[in-house]
Design a protein around this ligand. Structure first.
Ligand code: PLP
Length: 396
């Protein structure tokens, strides 16, 4: 017998598995080259050369005992120092070793900071559309997820609704920029307004409201669009970063949290987060890959690859008559379903072997997500199916 509250989660995972199985079945029927699977956010650009080189150098030249051994639960000091210096150079911040905690990806980092901050019943505000896993991360630590409805004009933030939903129990706000699933980058103006709102609400409730910035896509921004660095705008901002997408290392499980000295109760939060990292069973972020990323802080994935896909997809879908939000970051395109029931639209797309994710998975029905981290050739070849799909709905 499994725990009651796992029953729903297991059912949910089997729905995802069912989609995966469906894709495999489709591939067996029509050939994998004819299945256009836009459902997964798995990077398919290889990690930069420097990563492989750093692995080889460390294995060949590093001290194997310390390379593979336990270290401080916060991570290797030299790596944390390099991360702090890199951030200070890029964003004009003044972080030190104590402000950086190496984590098991962004997911690990989010669970660590939520474990450190939430009491039973603490409320965590999220803005739709949002990465569905937040629901479970908040629930993991006894929190209550409060969803701010989507701002449907530009997919920035509906701060009027947020204002009404913040209460004395609001302990944290999670913001994901660039955004999965919308591909939108929240602008500096939006961030300033959000920060003003949170400062106002902290005064009203005499509370601390922590803004957790979930940034696995920070480096994936196009056309020179700036992604504001939140610690510069708000005193209670925590940054959660990962190299899953920026260096195409999702399986390596490596990221970090920035816990600035400006946080209310900074010292306590820094040590609570280190303890959380230990007692959640992570103990520390994987050792070898910590050293690797520490030696590759200036390496970059080939962004041009995603950009080429983004442009081809935008052009093609526009010609078909679809409406969508202009993607500025990450590798997702947020398409308006031509019918209210976007699940019916997702089902219709399958006829053309196009796999999409319904917006309701991200608390925003009426839209679908297209993950364009696929081969360019797949985008080109999928257009015939998209055209037929659009024709079915009278769009072209
Ligand atoms: N946050 C968002 C918005 C994501 O899209 C993802 C992964 O897709 C994560 C967090 C988890 O990232 P990681 O693989 O670094 O744990």
């Amino acid at each position: 017998m499994i725990a009651k509250n796992m029953e729903f989660l297991v059912k949910n995972s089997s729905a995802i598995r069912a989609m995966f199985e469906e894709g495999k079945k489709m591939a067996a029927e029509v050939g994998p080259e004819n299945v256009f699977d836009f459902s997964l956010g798995n990077p398919n650009v290889p990690a930069p050369e420097e990563v492989g080189q750093a692995v080889r150098d460390l294995i060949n030249e590093g001290d194997p005992v310390s390379l593979h051994g336990y270290m401080n639960n916060a991570g290797f000091e030299d790596v944390r120092q390099k991360v702090a210096e890199n951030l200070n150079r890029r964003f004009g911040t003044s972080f030190a070793v104590r402000n950086i905690l190496m984590t098991v990806g962004a997911a690990g980092g989010l669970n660590v900071i939520l474990k450190a901050l939430l009491d039973p019943g603490s409320e965590v505000l999220v803005f739709a559309p949002f990465f569905g896993e937040y629901r479970w991360y908040v629930q993991n630590h006894g929190g209550v997820l409060v969803t701010v409805p989507a701002e449907l004009k530009k997919f920035q933030l509906d701060l009027e609704s947020a204002e009404k939903l913040i209460t004395e129990k609001t302990r944290a706000v999670i913001l994901n920029n660039p955004n999965n699933p919308s591909g939108v980058v929240y602008s500096e103006e939006t961030i300033r307004k959000l920060s003003d709102l949170l400062v106002r609400k902290e005064r009203e409730f005499a509370s601390s409201i922590y803004l957790i910035s979930d940034e696995p896509y920070r480096e994936l921004a196009y056309d020179g669009v700036e992604v504001p660095y939140l610690t510069k705008y708000y005193h209670n901002a925590v940054i959660g970063y990962s190299w899953s997408k920026s260096l195409s290392l999702p399986g390596e499980r490596i990221g970090y949290l920035v816990l600035p000295d400006e946080l209310d109760g900074a010292e306590e939060i820094q040590s609570a987060a280190v303890t959380a990292n230990r007692i959640l069973g992570f103990v520390n972020a994987p050792s070898l890959i910590q050293k690797v990323v520490g030696n590759c802080l200036d390496a970059e994935v080939n962004l041009a690859f995603y950009d080429q896909n983004r442009k081809a997809l935008c052009e093609g879908l526009k010609e078909c008559g679809f409406s969508f939000v202009k993607p500025e970051g990450a590798f997702y395109l947020w398409l308006k379903s031509p019918v209210e029931d976007e699940k019916a639209f997702v089902a219709a797309a399958k006829k053309y072997h196009i796999l999409l994710v319904p917006g309701s998975s991200f608390a925003c029905p009426g839209y679908v997500r297209i993950a364009y981290c696929v081969a360019y050739e797949k985008i080109q070849r999928s257009m015939d199916g998209f055209r037929k799909l659009a024709a079915e709905y009278g769009l072209c």
